[in-house]
Ligand binder design. Structure first.
Ligand code: NAD
Ligand code: IPM
Ligand code: MN
Length: 348
């Protein structure tokens, strides 16, 4: 029995997590797996009512779960950053989820905007550093709202933090037959201090994996190559900020924001699974959001909990739904969020 903490969150978050849970329940009904879900009311409504983001008591409770399943946070009624930093980043940091695993996999070639690219051409994984970099929260503003205003945001790179995420990327390749290359993506030609450290850490860690091929891309060239030659990548390891940006690009080349998955992973602790997309306030409440990313996030949770075969069943069902054009309007289908979840569940 797996105990899963569910944080539906804001906007389309509750709509898409409901479908993910529906699929997990369908899987449980037809496998040995069992799930128990407990809901946590965190997000804009709770914040506006109580002024609370995530309290220490809630964190202690969350620590008892096997995994956390999150929709999205962010709401136009709340100043940007309050919920994102106060809930999402706080949870990633508190649980030391130092890996953000973001597979970029084209499940159906009809859905990529890239010309002449087929399934196998777009199939790589971004390993995004998830606890440091520009996200560390250091910096400040001087002389606010004056013509002399100065704002800084420090990019924090610790040798320990950088090494552990790079090592994870190499281990990831070493453990899998189908991939053999790690590409480090940075901006070492300008961020000579910060990404000089990345460069040295990468070269040092690589020595322990002589059988794994190494490569390097500057981040600007990376975006170019993701569009032109995505088939060149197996595993890409990168800093927090660049990982955020390139995985939205990755989401689009794999078919859209409605399909992209994110696992915030602490290999020795509690991990948290969510779609790459946000709370999409522009379509919230309309029952048109694509639940596929949330459903694939549930599949990744099942895989990380140790059940690769069952996770594959969910991915196969999603793939079949895309083939059958039983999808939401963003993918050219005409199903509602709930109907799309029902269809995928029916295939399990
Ligand atoms: P977004 O990902 O929410 O939306 C971008 C665009 O993609 C929108 O047009 C939206 O309608 C569309 N879209 C996203 N998910 C979709 C889905 N499942 N089905 C169909 N269309 C979908 O990004 P944004 O608009 O930049 O941000 C909105 C809010 O979400 C902000 O408050 C932001 O901070 C927050 N956010 C949260 C997370 C998270 O919690 N993990 C991630 C990204 C953004
Ligand atoms: C993501 C989101 C978050 C990030 C925001 C909402 C803090 O964009 O998960 O990609 O930047 O990591
Ligand atoms: Mn993002």
């Amino acid at each position: 029995m797996y105990k899963i903490a569910v944080i539906p969150g804001d906007g389309i978050g509750p709509e898409v997590t409901e479908e993910g849970i529906k699929v997990l329940e369908a899987l449980a009904a037809d496998s040995e797996l069992e799930f128990e879900f407990e809901y946590f009311n965190l997000g804009a409504d709770h914040y506006l009512e109580t002024g609370e983001l995530v309290t220490d008591e809630v964190k202690e409770e969350l620590a008892q779960f096997d995994a956390i399943y999150l929709g999205a946070v962010g709401d136009p009624r709340v100043e940007p950053g309050v919920l994102e930093k106060g809930i999402l980043l706080d949870l990633r940091f508190t649980f030391d989820q130092y890996i953000n695993l973001r597979p970029i996999k084209l499940l159906n070639e009809d859905f990529t905007p890239l010309k002449d690219k087929a399934g196998g051409d777009i199939d790589f994984t971004v390993v995004r550093e998830n606890t440091e970099g520009l996200y560390a929260g250091f910096g400040g503003v001087l002389k606010k709202d004056t013509p002399d205003e100065v704002a800084t945001q420090e990019m924090v790179n610790t040798r320990k933090g950088v090494e552990r995420v790079i090592r994870y990327a190499f281990d990831y390749v070493q453990d899998r037959d189908e991939v053999d290359k790690v590409t480090v993506c940075d901006k070492r030609n300008v961020l000579t201090y910060a990404h000089g450290l990345w460069q040295r850490a990468f070269d040092d860690v690589a020595k322990d994996y002589p059988e794994v091929e190494e490569d390097h891309m500057l981040v600007d060239a990376m975006t170019m190559k993701m569009v032109r030659n995505p088939e060149d990548f197996d595993v890409v390891v990168t800093c927090n900020m660049f990982g955020d940006i390139i995985t939205d690009l990755g989401a689009e080349i794999q078919g859209g924001m409605g399909l992209a998955v994110s696992g915030n992973i602490n290999p020795d602790g509690v991990s948290m699974f969510e779609p790459v997309h946000g709370s999409a306030p522009d379509i919230a409440g309309e029952d048109i959001a694509n639940p596929t990313a949330a459903i694939l996030a549930a599949a990744m949770m099942v895989e990380v909990l140790g059940h690769a075969e069952e996770a594959d069943r969910i991915e196969t069902a999603v793939q079949q739904a895309l083939t059958d054009n039983k999808t939401t309007s963003d993918m050219g289908g005409d199903l509602s969020t709930a109907e799309a979840g029902d269809y995928i569940s029916s295939l399990l």
